[in-house]
Design a protein around this ligand. Structure first.
Ligand code: ADP
Length: 258
């Protein structure tokens, strides 16, 4: 079922505004891939289309041989998605919520108990699994959302601003988990508007701006491009920094690549 994510000429129009403008992207299996861009650049829109949670206006999207427009249920089984603001049932406890997720996903009790125990221990929330979700901190809710997204052992894990609200220890656990996930040939897509986060987690990144990818590659690619063909990146920066919104991203990128 697993295979590369291939996106060609993807457009998404909301009312009269294009959030994605002819986006092309290929993500190989086993990657931890960062989608970086300022707020409003189209990250959430892109991720929701890949997960079959949002219809595209036009274009080509495949996860292996799955088409999110035609194979919605199969895509949802193959993908674990952690939205930027997870909508959890506040009146359930994490354990009740995990049990609910497993019943929807058709995961048996034995497997569920083992996976829940391992993940809950790894994220350090064993003492919170019987509290109401509504009473938990933002960071703990984020951990509950991450655990519930991976309980069914998906081939693709997609996190929208996944480090949000996580303390350094939990961020490290998540990073280790993503690396373990990728080392088993699974694919991780991780969006963020902070380059340092992408750099610490991802082995390849794209920078999205106005619904198109403007820079793509490994951090090493970008560093060597900066050294050897400085004018190319400088040209891109010059073109892009005309836009006030992108300045913080470009400034961070320049700092990191220095
Ligand atoms: P990001 O995740 O990078 O912040 P989004 O994908 O959320 O970007 O948004 C991209 C653009 O699409 C923004 O201009 C945003 O205002 C617009 N947009 C997003 N969702 C909707 C919606 N449901 N209706 C109308 N416009 C939307």
């Amino acid at each position: 079922m697993s295979g590369p994510i291939v996106i060609r000429d993807l457009y998404k129009k909301y009312a009269d505004n294009y959030a994605l403008n002819g986006l092309d992207l290929t993500i190989d299996t086993g990657q931890i891939y960062g989608i970086l861009g300022p707020n409003g650049s189209g990250k959430t829109t892109l991720l929701r289309i890949i997960c079959s949670l949002l219809e595209m206006t036009s274009g080509y999207v495949r996860l292996g041989n799955l088409n999110p427009m035609m194979d919605g249920e199969k895509v949802k089984s193959a993908v674990g998605y952690v939205p930027e603001t997870p909508a959890l049932y506040e009146s359930l406890t994490p354990l009740e919520y995990f049990s609910f997720v497993c019943s929807v996903r058709g995961i048996g009790e034995d497997v569920m108990e083992r996976r829940v125990r391992n993940l809950v221990e790894a994220f350090g929330i064993s003492d919170k699994v019987d509290n109401f979700i509504g009473s938990l901190s933002f960071g703990t809710k984020q951990k509950v959302a991450i655990i519930s997204a991976i309980l069914h052992d998906p081939e693709y894990l997609i996190l929208d601003e996944g480090m949000n609200g996580l303390d350094p220890r939990s961020a490290k656990i998540l990073k280790d988990l993503l690396q373990d996930f990728a080392s088993h040939g699974k694919t991780v897509i991780f969006s963020t508007h902070i380059l340092e986060v992408a750099e610490s987690v991802c082995n390849r990144i794209s920078i999205l701006f106005n619904g198109k990818i403007v820079i793509e590659g490994t951090m090493e690619d970008m560093r060597s491009e900066m050294g050897q063909k400085q004018s190319n990146l400088e040209d891109i920066f010059l073109k892009l920094t005309g836009d006030e919104d992108l300045k913080p991203v470009i400034e961070t990128l320049k700092r990191t690549l220095r």
